[in-house]
Write a protein that binds this ligand. Structure first.
Ligand code: CS2
Length: 497
C-alpha cells in the first residue's frame, strides 16, 4: 500500500480534510520541543486551522524529539504529513471519527542526533515561538517546590557542555544564547505541559539555568523574552496499531503515525507573545489575561480525577478509562471527589457552570472510542500528584475541611507503588523517581514493621504513611507533619490493603 505523502494527498477520500494553503511557501515560525502525540493533536491542529483562516504562512512548525527517532522516522518519509483522527460517539451511541491530514509540521528533528541543528533552528531569524510539551519530568525540577534540580545528571552535563546539550533547559538556553550572540530578536517561550503556572515555572527554571552560564544572558532573557502561561485540555491516548489500521482503512494509504484524540478541546493562553503569534484565536484557542484559574480548574478536576481513576481502575483490573468509569462505584466516587472536596477549592471563573463541567468530563472519560489506558495515566506519579492532588489537599487542610476522598486517590497511588498486582504478579513502576520511591517504600515498610510489634495495624499504617510522605520533592516538608493528612491517607491505604 502507498504511504501518505504530498504525492498521495490528492487521492484521499473527499471526506478527509487536508492542507488548503501553499505548503511550499510555509516558513518555520514555531520550534516545538517534545514532538509526541499531544502537541500534534492540539498545537498543530489549531495552528493548521489558523493557517487556513488567516493565510499567514509565517507559522510552520519544526518539531524536535529530544531523544527518540521514532516520530521523525515515521513522519519524514511522509513529508511531515500525518492524520489527526478525532473520535467521539454520536447521540445514538455510535462511534464516529473525523479525519484530517495536518500539513503545518514542516520538519522533524532528533535533538540527540544533532544538537547543533536544534540550536541553529532556535537561533534562526524566522523562529518566533519556542513551544514545549516535554511532560512534567522534562523540566528537571523539584515538583513540590519548583526548584531546578541542579544535581540532575542532564543539568550537570549541560552546565558543563552547553554546546552539546541534552536537556530541554539546556537546548532552550543554548538556543537563546545563540540568538543573543547573533543580535536576533527575542522569542516567546510557550509551555503547554500540565503544570501549574507553566509559563512562570519555565521562566524561573530557564533564568536559574541561564544565570549559571552567564548572568548577562539571564538578564537578556528576563528582559526580552516572554513566557505566557497556558492550559490545554484534550485527551490524546498513545496511538495503537488498531488506530493505524482504522486510519489506513479510511484513507486508503498508510500513515505510519496518525494521532487519535477526543473531539473536545479547550486551549487557553495568555496573550503575551513578544514576536507575534498565529491567529490561534480564530481557530479554537481562547486568549486570556491570566491562565492560572483555568489551569487550576483543569489540573484539579480533569487531571486529579484522571489519576485517581487510573490508580484505582488499574488496581481493580480495568485497562482503560472508559471501562473504569463504567463501574458505578468508581463513577460515584469521582462525582463525590469533584463535588465535595475539589469544587470548594476552585477559583471563581466568570460563566463557569461547574456542574455542567463535571458532567461533560465524566462523559469524556466514558468515551469508548478512545480506549485510553489507565497504565498510561499512571506513569510518572511523583511528577503529577503534587499539582493534581496535593495542592487541593493543602487548601482543604488549611480550611479545616475533610480530605477523605482526596486521601483515597493519594492512597491508591501509594498502593500502586508496591509494584505487585492483586494476583501477586510484579509490574514495573515507570517514574523518573522510581529509585527514590522504592527507597522510601523500604523505609516506610521498616517503620511500619517496627511499630506493628507494639501498635494496632492502622497505627502501623500511619507510621508507614508518615515515613513515606517524608519524600519532600513530592510531599513538600509540611504534609508529613500534618496529623489529619497522615491519618486520612493511612485509613484509606489500610482499607485498600
Ligand atoms: C492525563 C492527561 O496522562 C495523563 O496524565 O491525565 O494527559 C490528560 O489526558 C490531559 O491532560 C487531558 O487534557
Amino acid at each position: 500500500m502507498q504511504t501518505l505523502s504530498p504525492c498521495t494527498l490528492a487521492r484521499l477520500p473527499a471526506s478527509v480534510a487536508r492542507p488548503g494553503y501553499d505548503r511550499d511557501a510555509l516558513k518555520t515560525g514555531i520550534v516545538h520541543l517534545g514532538l509526541g502525540a499531544f502537541p500534534r493533536a492540539h498545537l498543530a491542529a489549531v495552528n493548521e486551522a489558523a493557517l487556513h483562516a488567516s493565510g499567514d504562512l509565517r507559522w510552520g512548525i519544526a518539531g524536535v524529539s529530544l531523544r527518540s527517532p521514532d516520530t521523525r522516522d515515521a513522519l519524514a518519509p511522509q513529508g511531515g504529513l500525518y492524520t489527526l483522527a478525532l473520535r467521539d460517539i454520536d447521540d445514538s451511541g455510535t462511534p464516529r471519527t473525523a479525519l484530517q491530514v495536518i500539513g503545518c509540521l514542516r520538519q522533524c528533528l532528533v535533538a540527540a542526533e544533532d544538537p547543533a541543528a536544534v540550536i541553529a533552528l532556535i537561533a534562526h531569524p524566522d523562529t518566533r515561538i519556542l513551544s514545549l510539551t516535554v511532560t512534567e519530568k522534562g523540566y528537571c525540577h523539584d515538583p513540590a517546590s519548583g526548584a531546578l534540580q541542579v544535581q540532575h545528571p542532564q543539568v550537570q552535563h549541560d552546565l558543563a557542555a552547553l554546546d552539546r546539550p541534552c536537556s530541554t533547559l539546556g537546548f532552550i538556553v543554548a538556543g537563546l544564547r545563540q540568538r543573543r550572540r547573533l543580535g536576533l530578536a527575542p522569542v516567546t517561550l510557550l509551555s503547554l505541559d500540565n503544570l501549574p503556572s507553566n509559563g512562570h515555572l519555565l521562566r524561573a527554571l530557564v533564568l536559574d539555568f541561564a544565570a549559571r552560564i552567564d548572568p548577562a544572558l539571564a538578564d537578556w532573557i528576563a528582559g526580552r523574552c516572554s513566557f505566557p502561561c497556558s492550559m490545554v485540555d484534550r485527551i490524546v491516548p498513545r496511538t495503537t496499531d488498531d488506530d493505524r489500521a482504522l486510519v489506513r482503512a479510511a484513507l486508503g494509504v498508510e500513515d505510519a503515525w496518525p494521532v487519535v484524540g477526543e473531539r473536545f478541546l479547550d486551549w487557553v493562553l495568555e496573550d503575551r507573545f513578544v514576536a507575534g503569534r498565529p491567529a490561534w484565536e480564530r481557530s479554537g484557542a481562547r486568549l486570556a489575561q491570566a491562565a492560572q484559574p483555568f489551569e487550576t480548574l483543569k489540573l484539579r478536576m480533569v487531571n486529579a480525577s484522571h489519576s485517581a481513576l487510573a490508580y484505582l481502575g488499574l488496581m481493580a483490573g480495568f485497562q482503560t478509562v472508559d471501562q473504569a468509569i463504567a463501574q458505578p462505584a468508581l463513577r460515584r466516587y469521582l462525582e463525590r471527589l469533584m463535588t465535595e472536596e475539589i469544587a470548594p477549592t476552585l477559583p471563581a471563573l466568570a460563566g463557569l457552570d461547574l456542574h455542567a463541567y463535571r458532567e461533560r468530563l465524566l462523559a469524556r472519560f466514558a468515551n469508548p472510542a478512545l480506549a485510553h489506558r489507565t497504565a498510561q495515566i499512571a506513569l510518572d506519579g511523583s511528577q503529577k500528584l503534587p499539582q493534581r492532588l496535593l495542592g487541593t489537599v493543602r487548601d482543604r487542610l488549611a480550611a479545616g475541611a475533610s480530605i477523605e476522598l482526596l486521601a483515597l486517590a493519594v492512597a491508591a497511588w501509594l498502593h500502586h507503588l508496591r509494584g505487585r498486582d492483586e494476583q501477586g504478579q510484579p509490574y514495573r513502576i515507570h517514574d523518573p523517581q522510581a529509585d527514590a520511591l522504592a527507597q522510601q517504600h523500604a523505609l516506610a515498610d521498616a517503620a511500619a514493621a517496627s511499630d506493628s510489634a507494639t501498635t494496632p495495624v492502622h497505627q502501623a499504617t500511619s507510621a508507614w504513611v508518615r515515613t513515606f510522605s517524608g519524600l519532600a520533592p513530592v510531599f513538600g516538608t509540611d504534609l508529613q507533619h500534618s496529623q489529619p493528612f497522615v491519618h486520612a491517607v493511612a485509613a484509606q491505604l489500610h482499607a485498600l490493603r
